[in-house]
Design a protein around this ligand. Structure first.
Ligand SMILES: Cc1ncc(C[n+]2csc(CCOP(=O)(O)OP(=O)(O)O)c2C)c(N)n1
Ligand SMILES: [Mg+2]
Length: 770
């Protein structure tokens, strides 16, 4: 690891003040100075920023090395922008447009901000946990010889104390402990205030215990240098100070010196008189606000002392709104200074009116020189890293042989074949699963490629010659990362692995498997991964009521609708093994394409008769979202539109009806998501003068304009019923709208009207004269 930077303490204090000023000013400018056309509140969080400017100054201008990566608490976004403004890597224009279209984003965004944002944040808790999985990925890459020692760094999360209520943090903590995670700093801005209120006192000192029991070092930075000195001299005062509840402490910080004096005299009586005599009110307020998270000496010393790889939690005591007029007020979360208050702050910083954006305005020669020296050193450490794409030649993926197959089994076979065949793609695939590796058919791949462990882990059962289909030893070369049953962790792991090309310059092809209904369990983490443009393949299997006797709470209904509404994630639902192979090939291509995205495959355990293909024309359609499995006649009056596991029912119904309904077609939909996107994109293009109809419009326009469509899927019927809106054709939607039962397939399909007779009845109804 490279050595941390050093900048002298006085310069760091000046930088701390500048960050507090610039973040407050950026927010003020957006709310009070930039003209507003719509009268909408712009907002911003001056108090949340002021709370951690010292921590961020110490980190960015003193501690961070060039390989270190940081997730910044969402509401401190303006501080990060201010840092890059001082470093010269953020423009004044972007700051003037903070929260405006195309300007600096409200919360740090990897993809939308122009400054280097290592991890996006916004949904609290997730930015914290992703640093842990990124650190794991760093160990993975190093172990696989894909990352040199000198390119390794530390992963830092800057955390609001209320974020600690998010359960996903503890799920990650536990997973990290299992994998012996290291090179992590989690720094809590412990201002003891959330959005609504001051924090519960009962949790005090519990967080330390939780982290320590997971193997972390906990460093509490309660006092700044001055305050520590004072309290050490006055043990009674210290004891009194330490028993103050959070709310009382915040209120005193808000009220200031006179209130401290009155309170101390009332509660400590004459014993505090000598101390109180030493300080006037202003000095009293100043000494009591000298908490650890605002004291540059304390922060830099603590950071310097934690240079090994032990994961470390810093609890840095702070005051929300430090140095601002609403410091400590319980309602200050979205508080904004008024113009008069802002002018007072500006004057106190020695900044002249009209020169608010001047980075080093008002600094004398010596101060300016040392600040500039510090900035110059930090600049090198914070350069934006290019994304890494397009380096790997991808092999064609053949369909596994077999007349009868399920898509889930075919998935396992394809990975096994890839592994046996070897090559760059197979070596760059990393798989992961929350305790459903075997039941999602990843077992054979893991037998081949092994579990990833930093130190060797023997397969005890294999050594004892106990028969088992799973021969899983763990070592540095293993390519499967086992996770406990916590779907949030799966998605955060996929996010971290899917950002390897961005964070480490080394592209990986991450594949995560889980049961389809449990996508909902980690949905915000999935959204978070997509928001950052992480690239991965999500394989959700098994799905739908087609699970049969397994049934019950494992049956999924709405994930295709989730996928319809999720940017950055392409849903494919194959019926046949050859479609699946084509989709996996496409998914790998999309992972390594700058304009690509992630893919979600919804698979089934139902083994079905594979279709004979006359030619390869289906392939392009399947990748684009649909193709005619049975071509309709010109101006046909009806078509069956089916997706995935229920294709045999659709084919059987088609066979039965083809005589009575001339020209009846059977459309196999492989991605409602892509069809819908194509439809809206063509519409948008038409408004701009283009003529080309979308794929779905072309497919459906072969039918008569008032044709009837019977749509069927083992999923919410709304996944396909919208197809009637494309050309105004009538629809009879079949699908699952109630929670599933257990049962054999015939009974279930009859109960949920997914069988041939339901299709026949629906076609008949559509064709009856109105
Ligand atoms: C998942 C999620 N839920 C709710 C919010 C809304 N929210 C934003 S900040 C915040 C409180 C933050 O308090 P804390 O983490 O202590 O930050 P600070 O005091 O430093 O502002 C809440 C509830 C959010 N951003 N994300
Ligand atoms: Mg807080």
């Amino acid at each position: 690891m490279l050595k941390p930077l050093t900048t002298d303490i006085e310069a760091l204090k000046i930088l701390d003040d500048r960050l507090r000023w610039l973040s407050a000013w950026t927010i003020h400018h957006a709310n009070h100075i930039r003209p507003s056309d719509d009268g909408l509140k712009v907002g911003g969080h001056q108090a949340s920023c002021a709370s951690m400017t010292a921590i961020m100054a110490a980190l960015y201008f003193h501690s961070l090395g060039p390989n270190d990566r940081v997730a910044v608490k969402p509401h401190a976004g303006p501080v990060l922008h201010a840092i890059h403004y001082l470093l010269g890597s953020q423009s004044r224009e972007a700051l003037e447009n903070f929260r405006a279209f195309g300007g600096a984003q409200s919360y740090p965004s990897r993809t939308k901000d122009t400054i280097p944002v290592d991890f996006s944040t916004g949904s609290v808790g997730l930015g914290v946990a992703i640093t842990l999985f990124a650190s794991l990925m760093q160990d993975y890459l190093t172990a696989h010889g894909q990352l040199e020692e000198e390119h390794r760094g530390r992963f830092v999360a800057l955390i609001g104390d209320a974020e600690l209520d998010e359960g996903n943090i503890y799920e990650a903590l536990i997973e990290g402990a299992k994998h012996d995670v290291r090179n992590l700093w989690w720094i809590i801005d412990y201002n003891r205030q959330s959005l609504d209120a001051t924090s519960a006192d009962r949790m005090f000192e519990r967080f330390d215990e939780i982290f320590r029991s997971c193997g972390w070092r906990v460093v509490e930075l309660r006092y700044g240098k001055r305050l520590r000195g004072v309290l050490d001299k006055h043990p009674k005062l210290k004891a009194w100070f330490e028993q103050l509840p959070n709310a009382e402490l915040s209120a005193l910080h808000y009220q200031g010196g006179a209130a401290w004096r009155a309170r101390i005299s009332a509660e400590l009586g004459t014993s505090a008189a000598p101390f109180l005599k030493e300080y006037d009110d202003a000095a009293l307020a100043s000494v009591f606000t000298d908490l650890g998270g605002h004291c540059m000496e304390t922060l830099t010393k603590a950071f310097d002392a934690a240079q090994d790889d032990v994961p470390t939690l810093f609890i840095a005591w702070t005051i929300k709104g430090y140095g601002l007029p609403f410091a400590g007020h319980k309602d200050n979360h979205a508080g904004l200074m008024n113009p008069t208050q802002l002018a007072t702050l500006r004057d106190s910083m020695g900044i002249r009116e009209g020169r608010e954006w001047e980075p080093l305005e008002g600094l004398g020669h010596n101060a300016r020189t040392s600040v500039e020296t510090g900035l110059e050193r930090s600049r090198i450490a914070r350069a934006k890293r290019e994304r890494s794409f397009g380096n790997l030649p991808l092999p064609a993926i053949p369909a596994p042989a077999g007349d009868e197959q399920s898509t889930q089994a075919a998935f396992g076979r394809i990975l096994l074949d890839l592994s046996k065949q070897g090559g760059d793609l197979a070596d760059r695939i990393v798989t992961t699963s929350p305790d459903v590796t075997v039941s999602t058919n990843l077992g054979a791949w893991v037998n081949q490629r092994g579990l990833f462990r930093r130190s060797d882990m023997p397969d005890v059962f294999a050594k004892a010659k106990i028969a088992s289909a799973q021969k899983w030893g763990g070592n540095k070369k293993g390519q499967h990362i086992e996770l406990g049953i916590a779907e949030n962790n799966l998605f955060l792991m996929l996010a971290a692995a899917g950002l390897a090309g961005d964070v480490f310059g080394e592209r990986l092809f991450p594949i995560g498997t889980l049961y389809d209904p449990f996508i909902a369990r980690g949905l915000d983490a999935l959204n978070y991964a997509c928001y950052q443009d992480a690239r991965f393949l999500l394989v959700a299997t098994p799905s739908g009521v087609t699970l049969g006797p397994e049934g019950g709470a494992h049956q999924s209904i709405n994930p295709p609708l989730i996928a319809l509404g999720q940017p950055g994630l392409r849903h494919y639902e194959p019926a046949y093994a050859d479609e699946l192979a084509a989709m996996m090939q496409e998914a790998f291509r999309l992972i390594d394409d700058p304009a690509g995205e992630s893919t979600y495959l919804r698979l089934s355990t139902r083994s079905i008769q594979q279709v004979e293909r006359a030619n390869d024309r289906w392939r392009e359609g399947a990748i684009d979202g649909a193709y005619w499995l049975r071509e309709p006649g010109p101006n046909a009056e009806a078509a069956i539109v089916a997706m995935g596991a229920v294709m045999p029912e659709a084919l059987a119904a088609w066979e039965e009806l083809r005589e009575d309904v001339p020209g009846l077609g059977l459309l196999s939909v492989t991605s409602p998501d892509l069809l819908h996107r194509g439809w809206t994109a063509a519409q948008e293009a038409r408004w701009k003068g283009a003529r080309e109809p979308s794929h779905v419009e072309q497919l459906l326009s072969v039918l008569s304009s008032d044709a009837g469509l019977v749509t069927i899927a083992d999923a919410a019927p709304a996944s396909l019923s919208w197809l009637g809106g494309v050309l105004g054709q009538r629809v009879a939607p079949l699908g699952v709208e109630k929670f599933g039962q257990t049962g054999n397939l015939a009974d279930l399909y009859a109960a949920y009207r997914l069988d041939g007779s339901a299709i026949t009845e629906a076609v008949a109804e559509l064709l009856l004269p109105a």
